[in-house]
Ligand binder design. Structure first.
Ligand SMILES: NC(=O)CC[C@H](N)C(=O)O
Length: 204
């Protein structure tokens, strides 16, 4: 079967890592910076980074309306960390950020607290185990009726600011839209999440 063309929004964040993980997952990956490039892909990855900056860059590159249109038309999308925030319908602690609204979830930014800014954990993701890297990660505080929870955070070490992370929702899917609070692309050789996304694109 031909490799599906999947774009990686290439405005900031771990673009190369996502391109490489998609390649290893059987896709034909390509960076997307322009509306014509967005029109030529069957699915799109929105990498992590900083969500307020990412939203501004989408505007600056004239991509916001085109992206909203493709999402409304059912294009598969996968957002990791800041990408999850962008895809949400509501952002808590988000300042002036207006998310794209492709996922019926409320996401809290920087939710895991100062002391656990960054951590790694093995998580169960849709019945398999994935090594997850969390960097100033958000979590999902509300899921709408059509949203499937694919992973929750395990219990962590007790930390000074007393954030209880156990059971927090960190991966969700609604139809063809997938999001993780963590960065699977930073773990070389673990393509579980990317393979899951390529399957979503193929099934479309
Ligand atoms: N690793 C990340 O993508 C961090 C997301 C960042 N904390 C934000 O709010 O946008």
């Amino acid at each position: 079967m031909a490799r599906p063309e999947i774009g990686v929004l290439a405005l900031q964040g771990g673009v190369d890592e996502h391109l490489a993980a998609l390649e290893r997952s059987g896709a034909d990956p390509r960076p997307v910076r322009r509306p014509e490039e967005l029109a030529a892909v069957r699915g799109l990855v929105l990498p992590g980074g900083e969500s307020t900056t990412a939203a501004r860059l989408l505007d600056a590159f004239d991509l916001t309306a085109a992206l909203q249109e493709r999402l409304a038309g059912g294009m598969p999308a996968y957002g990791s960390c800041a990408g999850m925030i962008l895809l949400a319908s509501e952002v808590l602690g988000g300042g002036a950020l207006r998310p794209l609204g492709a996922l019926d979830v409320s996401v809290r930014r920087n939710a895991f607290g100062r002391q656990v800014d960054s951590f790694e954990a093995d998580l169960e993701f849709a019945g398999d185990v994935v090594r997850a890297v969390f960097i100033r990660a958000p979590w999902v505080e509300r899921v709408g009726a059509g949203v499937r929870v694919l992973a929750t955070a395990p219990a962590g070490p007790q930390v000074a600011d007393d954030v209880d992370r156990a059971g927090r929702i960190v991966a969700v899917q609604q139809g063809p839209v997938l999001a993780t609070a963590f960065h699977p692309e930073l773990v070389g050789g673990d393509e579980l999440v990317h393979r899951h996304f390529v399957q979503i694109v193929r099934a479309r």
